[in-house]
Design a protein around this ligand. Structure first.
Ligand code: SIN
Length: 318
């Protein structure tokens, strides 16, 4: 982490230098940073807020970063409109929140910037330039790793005229509204997550998906995580299973585990927990993978969509 953590007066961990705890809400001028007035406007939705008036191509003050961090914890998705940023600026902004992870499909890293995963359906010279079907199933990024992602940032570089939305489902609400019998059935249990769970199925649908090398397979060995995790910064509980990567609940017979997972998958993405993001040109969306699942709704294949994703490493779930 590039920032040291400290608690705010409200108990929200601001993740910043101790002297910033209790800093005024308004951004103030600091040498080497630009003063920018900005507002945070929550959506009328189960999650999400727009950050209005901030230019991420400019250096940000520690106070601005503290407000962004606190808003990210509160709203789980932050939308920054019209950000004319380079990949290097996206990387620099993302690094304020932690180390960046490099995706196992290094074939789709942006040349010169391995921290950027190209998410795109564009084919050039007969070759896909990016991961065209990323997010086809509901998931939390990199839940198949020992240390799944804290959060991801997706920057819209080219958008289709139709479709291409991203849906986010609030997993705190999913947990808090889970029927008691289901709660009792899963509390204290762990589930297996693996990158390979549906990889072959996706390859059938998208034959351009590369076969994984032995080295890549070795990087994505199955892991186990609690079915209900505790957010390490807010202490809130969240469901942490997904139709993409979760294969079984450890310690249950296969049929029982399957039935339970199917119930959890159906509950966790109910419309009452979902915000649908309709992209505008140059949006940068920053979400919390510890609180949410997300899904790419897809677009007609002949329409071009190009997004750059950076993915921040998180803690081991507990
Ligand atoms: C992802 O799952 O990270 C991609 C989401 C999207 O392209 O909308």
């Amino acid at each position: 982490m590039s920032m040291q953590r400290s608690a705010s007066p409200t108990g929200v961990n601001l993740g910043l230098l101790p002297q910033l705890a209790g800093a005024p809400a308004a951004d103030t001028f600091l040498i080497g940073t630009a003063h920018q007035d900005f507002a945070i406007r929550p959506f009328d939705a189960p999650l999400g807020a727009e950050v209005v008036g901030l230019d991420l191509s400019q250096p940000l003050s520690p106070q601005a970063l503290a407000r962004i961090h606190a808003a990210h914890l509160e709203y789980h998705v932050l939308v920054f409109r019209d950000q004319r940023i380079t990949p290097a600026q996206q990387i620099a902004f993302s690094r304020h929140f932690g180390e960046l992870q490099i995706h196992v499909l290094h074939q789709f890293a942006l040349p010169g910037h391995p921290e950027v995963l190209v998410v795109s359906n564009i084919v050039e010279n007969g070759k896909p330039i990016g991961l065209g079907d990323a997010g086809h199933f509901w998931h939390s990024d990199l839940s198949y790793k020992e240390r799944p992602s804290l959060g991801s940032l997706l920057h819209a570089r080219e958008l289709p005229e139709e479709g291409g939305d991203t849906l986010f489902a609030n997993q705190h609400l999913a947990w808090e509204t889970l029927p008691h019998a289901l709660r009792r059935a899963v509390e204290g249990r762990v589930a297996e997550h693996t990158y390979l769970a549906r990889y072959e199925e996706l390859r059938q649908r998208s034959p351009w998906r590369p076969a994984l090398s032995a080295e890549q397979i070795a990087q994505v060995k199955p892991v186990t995580h609690p079915v209900v995790r505790t957010h390490p910064e807010t202490g809130r509980k969240a469901l942490f299973v997904s139709e993409h990567f979760t294969t079984r609940i450890v310690g249950l017979p296969e049929d029982e585990s399957r039935a339970l997972l199917d119930e959890l998958f159906a509950h966790s993405v109910k419309p009452a927990f979902v915000y649908r993001h309709r992209w505008q040109p140059h949006d940068l969306v920053f979400w919390d993978n510890r609180s949410l699942q997300h899904l790419a709704a897809g677009c007609p294949p002949h329409l071009r969509r190009l997004m750059y994703r950076t993915t921040i490493e998180g803690d081991q779930p507990y």
